[in-house]
Design a protein around this ligand. Structure first.
Ligand code: ATP
Ligand code: MG
Length: 551
């Protein structure tokens, strides 16, 4: 009970939080806690990144530390400021605040100097072989690799060639700088890893200053060290990189840091979701090839896609909480993400009336020109949200599916000769319908009972036309990443359904500040970014129930 973390709360700490709590209790790192979120600005953030963000920022927040945002911008081929901006926006939207913003490119000089030092100490050399030749010499985990013919070239030669690698006169791939470690090490990452390569492309921050760029393994750990990161948290695929991470930091410290101030790497399982992909390469292809409506297409697993789809940041964080952090990779069910959204939206959404597939219902005994204001509850989950009024009149729109001429016994909606209660309104008795030559029902008739006023229909003269977009799984197969076929072939052709002729009650159009709507009996919706007062467009966030559970 004397610890700063209450026992009850402690039971719920994930394994990384437990490590952090123990380090703080032990006074490690002088009691400092510093994490970082290190995205490469080569795409928009997705729900997997949201999981990493909740960890990196969340643990700092929970234990009074700081989390910085660091852009791992070491490869100008695919990086852009558009991505830098979107990443910042998404982190803020998720509800987190960084301490500082850093860029790995700020350390290019320091990293270069370190590389030069390694060459001078005989711990790095320039290799002029092709990447294929280098790969062939790697060996296998059980078989030692072959040493490069350039491995023992004179230090002066490597120094001169390293300079040349950065001069712009050499084509990409003509030579690389490798750390000289151990071609027989059972950890493949130690077999003289490539630490610098030539990229003749302008960098979005450093311009044309550099041509030789550090590899991930030579930039990441060092950046952590320069910044004073204490806990460098990443995903499980980096477990085999950890010894190399430590190796370069040991070299960098040069024994002059006797207190062993150093970042330590910890790994958790990455988020994989069914019926979608997380690879930035594939997401970029979907965008570039016009297979979706941009990075923020509501079917995309991106943070901006979820936002446009109508997810709240709380729903995304709730989902991350639900799945938790472990040391084992898994495939998470998309239905869990939707369940988190439903739970969250049930508590916060404004209830309104809408009709997606309208057919006209005429209350024949209701006086023409007469209207009545009925009271509708905004949110039964929160009385404080109040009520609004909805207009009742002689002509209404109802869902086509809510009427059947020859209905089975269990059909409790509108059937000729039977009574039903209209929501927020009266009990009516259906008296018949009018059909077109092809059998399409054009109008339905009923009579109301004036004594039965109570409280889904919308008044035809008091509603607004709207376009509604329904979304389904982006992919047809549960795990597209594990499928041999090209991912484009696995796309669900029915992932988007546009309903152009819907109606929503007028009140909706006045509620532009409310992003979260429930169309009663139908599902949760939000305004699309292309919605205007002249043309309302709504996205379905998620249905009221899991329609996939039955399939
Ligand atoms: P790339 O293929 O471009 O490296 P990436 O998905 O690894 O893509 P980064 O920008 O390098 O993207 O990732 C930033 C951080 O987000 C890293 O710490 C990474 O471990 C984490 N991250 C990426 N994808 C996931 C995921 N699916 N689940 C959890 N964390 C993830
Ligand atoms: Mg990465």
């Amino acid at each position: 009970m004397t610890e700063n973390v209450a026992p009850k709360e402690k039971a719920y700490l994930n394994f990384i939080e437990q490590i952090v709590a123990r380090d703080l209790t032990d006074g490690k790192n002088d009691g400092r806690l510093q994490t970082r979120f290190p995205p490469e600005p080569n795409g928009y953030l997705h729900i997997g990144h949201a999981k990493a963000i909740c960890m990196d920022f969340g643990v700092a927040q929970k234990f009074g530390g700081v989390c910085n945002l660091r852009f791992d911008d070491t490869n100008p081929q695919k990086e852009d400021t558009e991505y830098v901006d979107s990443i910042k926006e998404d982190i803020e939207w998720l509800g987190f605040k960084w301490g500082n913003i850093y860029y790995a490119s700020d350390y290019f000089q320091q990293l270069w100097d370190f590389a030069v030092r390694l060459i001078k100490e005989g711990k790095a050399y320039v290799d002029e072989q092709t990447s294929e030749e280098i790969a062939q010499q790697k060996g296998t985990p059980t078989q030692a690799g072959t040493e490069s013919p350039f491995r023992n070239r004179p230090i002066e030669e490597s120094l001169a060639l390293f300079e040349k690698m950065n001069s712009g006169e050499l084509p990409e791939g003509s030579m690389v700088l490798r750390a000289k470690i151990d071609m027989a090490n059972p950890n493949m990452h130690f077999r003289d890893p490539i630490i610098y390569r030539i990229i003749n492309k302008e960098h979005h921050r450093t311009g044309t200053k550099w041509k030789a760029y550090p590899m991930y393994d030579f930039a990441h750990g060092q950046s952590d060290y320069f910044e004073g990161v204490t806990h460098s948290i990443c995903t499980l695929e980096f477990v085999p990189h950890r010894p190399l991470y430590d190796y370069f930091i040991d070299e960098l410290k040069e024994g002059n840091d006797l207190e062993d101030h150093r970042p330590r790497q910890y790994e958790f399982n990455r988020l994989n979701l069914t019926y979608t992909v997380m690879s930035k390469r594939k997401l970029l292809a979907l965008v570039k090839e016009g297979l979706v409506d941009g990075w923020d297409d509501p079917r995309m697993p991106t943070v901006c896609g979820l936002r446009r789809r109508g997810y709240s940041p709380e729903a995304v964080r709730k989902f991350v909480d639900m799945i938790g952090y472990t040391k084992f990779d898994a495939l998470n069910d998309y239905a869990m993400l939707e369940a988190a959204a439903r739970e969250d939206l049930n508590a916060r959404s404004l209830r309104v009336s809408a009709v997606l597939n309208p057919v006209k219902l005429i209350v024949t005994n209701y006086p023409e020109g007469q209207t009545e204001e009925m009271e509708a509850v905004n949110n039964p989950e929160n009385e404080a949200d109040g009520t609004h009024t909805i207009t009742f009149s002689r002509e209404l729109w109802i869902e086509r599916e809510d009427f059947m001429e020859d209905a089975p016994k269990k059909f409790f909606r509108m059937v000729p000769g039977k009574e039903v209660r209209l929501k927020n309104a009266y009990i009516v008795k259906c008296t018949g319908c009018k059909k077109a030559a092809d059998g399409t029902i054009e109008e339905i008739y009923c009579e109301y009972d004036p004594e039965s006023r109570s409280g889904l229909e919308v008044s035809a003269a008091h509603c607004l036309p709207a376009e509604v977009r329904l979304y389904d799984r982006l992919f047809n197969v549960e795990n597209p990443s594990a499928d041999e076929r090209d991912f484009r072939e696995l796309l669900n052709p029915d992932s988007l359904t546009v309903l152009p002729n819907c109606y929503v009650e007028k009140y909706v159009a006045e509620q532009t500040a409310t992003r979260y709507l429930q169309f009663q009996r139908i599902g949760y919706f939000t305004y699309d970014k292309h919605s205007t007062p002249e043309k309302l467009v709504f996205n379905r966030t998620v249905g009221l129930k899991d329609s996939w559970a039955k399939k």
